[in-house]
Ligand binder design. Structure first.
Ligand code: FAD
Ligand code: DHB
Length: 401
């Protein structure tokens, strides 16, 4: 089989890339190990930067986002029994974020790719990538019906997440990586109860971090800091609600509780691997970098990478290598900014097991500074709402001939 771009992974990065390439008249084959139902149900991120919303709109993918997305002009920071509002719109000249679940973006993308007749294969096994430093790298996989396939490509996009096969296919020595694993995890729940807040609450508490987010006016999403070796079985719903209520409590405010629809524990790490390209294999999204979720950057970084990559591949396939040559550096600039922001938010808000008494005082000093200084609050606001990826980002939705 011949295709222009082989794409591994049907997360937000791989799906959006195949759509952006199609807009440019470039064909792709996308393979995914999981089933369509699994990809559409997996609970993950929920906050889109305004640049991500604009990109999805320009790409013609925002019909449901424009109806179901909830625009937020700020967040609350809670610490030392006070809840302080950080007003993004006022601090950044009108910028905001939109709460719209990653699962909804994935549903929108899959529906659109299938309606456009894309080659999208779920349930594949034994994905392999070869000949990466040649002009025609190859993608091999076993389809759900057991048949083995080989796609001869002009380029391959490794959008297969942190545990995928593309990054390990790059020869040892060609990559440098940086990693930090945090000594805590998030226990996340989706609950059938209206949110108890109008905007997200990030809470610093002596017992550990808590976050109140939402999915709609009827569904809440909440997170608790727990130990990384914690078992979900040790957390019956009553225990989760009691812990959330304790960490989020304020005089005169109470947390509404309801049936838990989904729960899970996610470890937290910072990871960057560079460069994001080897020959004609390009890595994008979690395949190349991971941030801890505090700050809501992972999904936005994945979308930003493929916005840059779609233009780079268009150039490469038409004889202009310049954007492909700069792809990794362009993305890494933004990746490192977000890696720093996510680390900063994480270490400011979580309790490190075994930390000395100084840690909490330093965190509280930083939180008071953000709540009282326009300069400090503006720095948080501009990072949270997103720092643009440069011209390639705006070119991402260019239509082909
Ligand atoms: P992914 O979404 O991981 O997609 C990669 C895809 O590749 C997957 O569908 C996988 O099945 C597929 N794949 C893997 N190996 C192969 C193979 N060999 N062959 C074919 N396909 C393969 N971010 C936030 O901002 N806030 C959050 O609350 C948050 N929660 C998260 C919870 C979890 C459990 C995880 C794992 C991540 C979370 N993130 C969160 C991060 C955010 O969801 C990711 O940054 C985002 O999913 C990255 O998109 P992606 O397309 O790069 O990778
Ligand atoms: C959500 C996730 C995040 O990581 C975050 O910082 C804010 C909100 C969410 O899933 O809604």
């Amino acid at each position: 089989m011949r295709t222009q771009v082989g794409i591994v992974g049907a997360g937000p990065a791989g799906l959006l890339l195949s759509h952006l390439l199609a807009l440019r008249g470039i064909d792709s084959v996308l393979v995914e190990t999981r089933s369509r139902a699994y990809c559409e149900a997996r609970q993950r991120a929920g906050v889109l930067e305004d640049g991500s919303v604009a990109l999805l709109r320009r790409a013609g993918l925002a019909d449901r986002l424009d109806i179901k997305g909830i625009e937020h002009g700020g967040i609350y920071l809670q610490f030392a029994s006070e809840r302080r509002h950080i007003d993004f719109r006022e601090l950044t000249g009108g910028r905001s974020v939109t709460v719209y679940a990653q699962t909804e973006i994935v549903k929108d993308l899959i529906a659109r790719r299938l309606a456009d007749g894309a080659a999208l294969e779920f349930g594949v096994t034994d994905t392999e990538v070869f000949d990466l430093d040649s002009e025609h790298p190859r993608l091999r996989y076993t389809a759900a019906d057991g048949s083995r396939h080989e796609a001869i490509c002009d380029a391959i996009a490794g959008c297969d997440g942190f545990h995928g096969i593309c990054r390990p296919a790059i020869p040892a020595g060609a990559l440098t990586s940086w990693e930090r694993v945090y000594p805590y995890a998030w226990l996340g729940i989706l609950a059938d109860v209206p949110p108890s807040t109008d905007e997200l609450i990030y809470a610093h508490h002596p017992d550990g971090f808590a976050l109140h987010s939402l999915r709609s006016q009827a569904i809440s999403r909440l997170y608790l800091q727990v130990s990384p070796d914690e078992e979900i079985g040790n957390w019956p719903d009553d225990r989760i609600w009691a812990e959330l209520a304790g960490r989020l409590e304020l005089p005169g405010w109470s947390l509404k509780q309801g049936p838990v629809l989904d729960k899970g524990i996610t470890g937290m790490r910072s990871f960057v691997s560079a460069p994001m390209r080897y020959g004609r294999l390009f890595l994008a999204g979690d395949a190349a970098h991971i941030v801890p979720p505090t700050g809501a950057k992972g999904l936005n970084l994945a979308l930003a990478d493929v916005a840059v990559l779609s233009a780079a591949l268009d150039g490469l396939l038409h004889g202009d290598e310049s954007l492909a040559a700069s792809y990794s550096a362009t993305c890494l600039n933004r990746v490192w900014r977000c890696t720093h922001f996510s680390w900063w938010m994480t270490t400011m808000l979580h309790r490190t097991p075994g930390a000395d008494k100084m840690e909490a005082q330093l965190q509280l000093a930083q939180l008071r500074y953000i709540a009282s200084s326009r300069a400090a609050a503006t720095s948080l606001a501009e990072n949270y709402t997103g720092i643009a990826a440069g011209p390639a980002w705006h070119d991402a939705t260019k239509r082909g001939p």
